[in-house]
Design a protein around this ligand. Structure first.
Ligand code: ASP
Ligand code: MG
Length: 626
């Protein structure tokens, strides 16, 4: 048997729902009927949350939100359900909404929202969406029936993020599945206690519903239908060259979902992992794409690193002091205190000198973590054995994940070397002994660059992109642009280098385009852009912080040379025909060369001598060869 789960966006619009019906139809065969789980329409759970918050504050806007929820559902009904079937389903939905309104009114009067009421309020999204999908399937002559998951999944009374009682649940699920002769459309996300009080499995929990039921019936396969082509090698919003990962092991998928790839709700994987039930993540909007398969085995074709993920906005807390060696159980005390305050630790490192321990937590938790730790080590801090602990914010965690690292060396080396080469400072590192994940904590403003260069380093059958910043577009500059343009295809296809011009400036105007400036129309565009300001030009280059940035100085101006120091210090390479920097004092020249070395970048000036004849390069080679 197969379990199909459709997420919020898959049931969130007319087009999506039409695709869902097609997908379900494709899964019909006489001897096997699929089990279907649906989320609430996208945005509805958030709206229910908001309505509950308004009601608690005695703000009548909750009624407005309720109306919006009603409209969203009625629109789907009017557009997809035939007129003669509409009245029944509308009555059903209105009854549910009336019940919801009564509950919200109660909250409004009491100005109090318990977790129990909250779970009940949130449960309406899935109830309504599943009624609509069921009705629609019936209209398509499919034998479907609405099933409320509260009759199947039993949990504790941790209402909004309940823990599943697998024993009771499995019993109910097994009984349910016997002689099933219709397609059940089961509400995701919601469950109930043994006393039949409504609970939820935590936000995003519909995936988990699919996995609980799938594991309970020992399904052959679980398909999670969402709005992306599976799990990607990196967040596609940050890394444009990210591609779908075809296969992941359960452990890799768990690691990736913990580390920011929010494709699967992370508890989902565990029940499937235990029973080795494969899970496929597919795109409702692109159903022929193979998606990502999560299963037990690895594949020969697998790359060593499967994906790169990140957690934004984390804080670092260092526990250090001159006299820490020998104080027993520091790590234990840290862990216990943080756990008692429900603070999740993302990463821990301790050097073997035992002089410092570094803890990484989310930024939201940083204040609480700071006060907790200062309290725990109060005695040691008072006598100066440990320094007062301070949470440092503005960091992010970037990780490479892949099972293959276990039997491979050099992955950490490549990871850190890549970060280093691009001038990205590392504040803390960690590798779990499972060797599934290596993480580096870096400053948040470097994250986008880090993800891109690391992606390039590990998945670079891709093309490397050079990002150019021109200054001076006279004869030399504009000729260079023309040359780049006419060689672009050759460079990309044969040399795997893609060149983009991100910044352009002459003595009057300057222009930036993060996705590249049109190399034909640049002259017109530059004419109408903003007034030049050198320090803004440099700071914009630094802020954009693109990988493989090169500053091209096609002027003969001293003012521009005065900027070189700042530019090299930002790990931006310089390439220039401008002779000034190389013909001032030897010390100044040497200083620039040293800066370039220190920041792992290049300072190139072939055209300074012999108007571009390969003289400098030849001299350097001769020197190198002794
Ligand atoms: N509707 C719930 C939520 O948005 C559950 C889910 O979509 O998985 O959190
Ligand atoms: Mg959702």
């Amino acid at each position: 048997m197969k379990v199909l789960k459709f997420g919020g966006t898959s049931v969130g619009s007319i087009i999506a729902i039409q695709n869902v019906i097609k997908i379900i139809k494709n899964n019909l065969s006489n001897n096997e009927l699929p089990i279907v789980i649906c989320s609430a329409m996208s945005g509805v759970t958030n709206k229910l949350n908001l309505a509950a918050t308004y009601a608690t504050q005695q703000n009548e806007n909750y009624l407005k939100i309720l109306k919006e929820i009603e409209t969203a559902h009625l629109t789907v009904i009017y557009q997809l359900i035939s007129i003669k079937r509409q009245s029944d389903i509308i009555i059903q939905i209105k009854m549910l909404l009336n019940k919801l309104e009564d509950i919200l009114h109660g909250v409004f009067l009491l100005q109090e929202l318990s977790n129990k009421s909250q779970a009940l309020i949130l449960s309406f999204g899935e109830q309504i969406s599943c009624h609509i999908i069921t009705e629609l399937l019936k209209q398509h002559k499919i034998n479907a029936r609405y099933i409320d998951a509260r009759t199947l999944i039993k949990t504790d009374n941790n209402y909004t993020s309940a823990i599943v009682n697998f024993e009771a649940t499995n019993r109910l699920v097994k009984k349910f599945i016997k002689n099933l002769n219709y397609i059940p459309i089961i509400t995701g996300f919601i469950a109930s206690t043994i006393d039949n009080e409504t609970t939820t499995l935590g936000r995003g929990g519909s995936d988990y519903t699919a996995s609980i039921i799938g594991a309970g019936i020992k399904a052959q396969l679980i398909e999670i239908w969402t709005d992306v082509d599976g799990v990607m090698t990196a967040d596609p919003r940050q890394v444009k060259t990210a591609t779908t990962i075809p296969y992941l092991t359960y452990k890799e998928a768990m690691e990736l979902s913990h580390f920011g790839a929010k494709i699967i709700y992370s508890p989902t994987l565990y029940p499937l992992y235990k029973q080795k039930i494969p899970l496929v993540i597919k795109n409702t909007f692109n159903p022929t794409h193979q998606g990502t398969v999560v299963e037990d085995k690895s594949h020969l074709s697998d790359s060593v690193i499967k994906g790169i993920s990140s957690i934004n906005n984390v804080s670092i807390l260092n526990i250090e002091g001159s006299n820490m060696v020998g104080i027993p159980g520091i790590l234990g005390r840290v862990a216990k205190a943080l756990a008692n305050n429900k603070i999740n630790v993302i990463l821990v490192t301790q050097a073997s000198s035992e002089h410092s321990i570094c803890i990484v937590v989310t930024q939201e938790n940083s204040h609480l973590a700071e006060s907790t730790l200062n309290e725990v080590f109060n005695d040691e801090i008072r006598v100066g054995k440990i320094d007062k602990i301070k949470a440092l914010s503005g960091f992010s965690c970037c990780s490479i994940v892949g099972n293959g690292m276990r039997s491979y060396s050099g992955m950490a080396g490549r990871f850190f070397a890549t970060l280093g080469k691009h001038g990205i400072n590392i504040n803390a590192i960690a590798q779990g002994s499972s060797e599934l994940n290596i993480s580096a904590v870096i400053s948040t403003n470097m994250l986008n660059k880090a993800l891109n260069v690391v992606h390039e380093a590990f998945f670079s059958h891709n093309v490397i992109t050079l990002n150019l910043f021109f200054i001076g577009v006279g004869l030399i500059g504009s000729t260079l642009i023309t040359q780049i343009k006419s060689n672009a295809d050759y460079l990309e296809q044969e040399k795997r280098i893609k060149i983009r011009i991100i910044g352009l400036a002459n003595s009057k105007k300057m222009l930036f385009a993060e996705t590249g400036i049109d190399m034909i129309k640049w002259q017109q565009i530059l004419k109408t852009s903003t007034k030049i300001n050198l320090s803004t030009y440099v700071s914009t280059m630094k802020q954009l912080n693109l990988a493989n940035s090169v500053f091209i100085d096609c002027t003969s101006s001293r003012d521009i040379v005065a900027l070189y120091e700042k530019i090299l210090s930002a790990s931006i390479a310089i390439s220039t025909p401008n002779k000034i920097a190389n013909s001032v004092s030897y010390d100044e020249y040497k200083h620039l060369r040293n800066l370039a070395n220190k920041h792992n970048t290049k300072f190139l000036y072939e055209t300074n001598v012999g108007a571009g004849l390969p003289i400098i390069n030849t001299l350097q080679n001769i020197k190198l060869s002794g």
